[in-house]
Write a protein that binds this ligand. Structure first.
Ligand SMILES: [Zn+2]
Length: 278
């Protein structure tokens, strides 16, 4: 019994700092004030989303946290499939992310805003190796999640996710199905059918219940002609996640409607582009 009490005390003592860690300040990327004169929307979005990004004087390179320079744009005019394979940081903004809860944009073949991920850039942001990413992971188990998902604590990602979950929970029981059996978070792996690292490798992606969100490869879609799908992901879930910087794979032509991914720069870019329209 004494041992039991000692273990219980350790657990309780251990729980205190965890509870303190739970207090975090999340950003609403749909409401964050935008600069009055942003210049290039893509560069402005990156600087707002990740304040430790710096551009060289000529704008041809950027660095993350004072790290090695990364080319901004290799100038290549790539076909869509090649853009996915080896797109530059600039190419990540080729297709503006649609902010409306409307699946019209995804009917255009290859309109996949967020699927282009420059590997060098992602490793600089989140960790170059599996061990570097793993050093910053935490299991998030807040309601309405039916099981914990593991994400990175870097750049406040876990905090942003917890804020989105709290908002989805407040939205009511209609969101419950999406969270019932989440597909998972961190997983150092390549994307099915490719040799490119998935966003899950960096601890920035969360798959909700696969029953709610189909995936084009599992639904008989073909590359470049993924076809339609019956959406069951509630609007309240998508909007709560987007506010906290997570884009939704349900808006992609190559749909992955269980998939959310922390890309606040794409939310900000969409707002900056919309603000520029006459
Ligand atoms: Zn996913």
């Amino acid at each position: 019994m004494a041992l039991f009490l000692r273990v219980l005390a350790l657990v309780l003592l251990g729980a205190a700092p965890l509870a303190a860690k739970g207090a975090c300040t999340a950003i609403d990327y749909r409401a964050l004030p935008l600069p009055a004169a942003p210049g290039d929307p893509a560069r402005a979005a990156l600087r707002l989303a990740y304040p430790d990004i710096a551009f060289s004087a000529d704008g041809a390179q950027l660095s993350v946290g004072g790290g090695a320079p990364i080319p901004w744009d290799d100038g290549a005019d790539l076909a869509p499939a090649e853009r996915l394979e080896r797109g530059s940081v600039r190419a990540q903004f080729h297709d503006p992310y649609p902010l409306a809860f409307d699946l019209a944009a995804r009917s255009v073949p290859w309109n996949d805003p967020g699927r282009v991920r420059n590997d060098t850039f992602f490793r600089a942001l989140w960790g170059a190796t599996r061990d570097e990413v793993r050093a910053h992971l935490v299991a998030v188990a807040d309601p309405p999640l039916g099981a914990p998902v593991t994400v990175t604590t870097r750049r406040n990602v876990a905090c942003q996710l917890r804020a989105a979950l709290a908002e989805a929970a407040r939205a009511g029981p209609g969101t419950a199905e999406a969270f019932r059996a989440p597909g998972g978070g961190f997983n150092w792996r390549v994307i099915a059918g490719t040799d490119r690292l998935s966003a899950h490798s960096f601890g920035i992606a969360v798959d909700l219940d696969p029953a709610t969100g189909p995936y084009w490869r599992w639904s008989g879609g073909r590359q470049g002609a993924a076809g339609g799908y019956d959406n069951r992901m509630p609007q309240d879930v998508v909007e709560a996640m987007e506010r906290r910087g997570f884009i939704w794979g349900g808006k992609w032509h190559h749909f992955d409607a269980m998939h959310f991914e922390y890309r606040p720069e794409l939310i900000l870019h969409a707002r900056l582009v919309a603000g520029r329209r006459p």
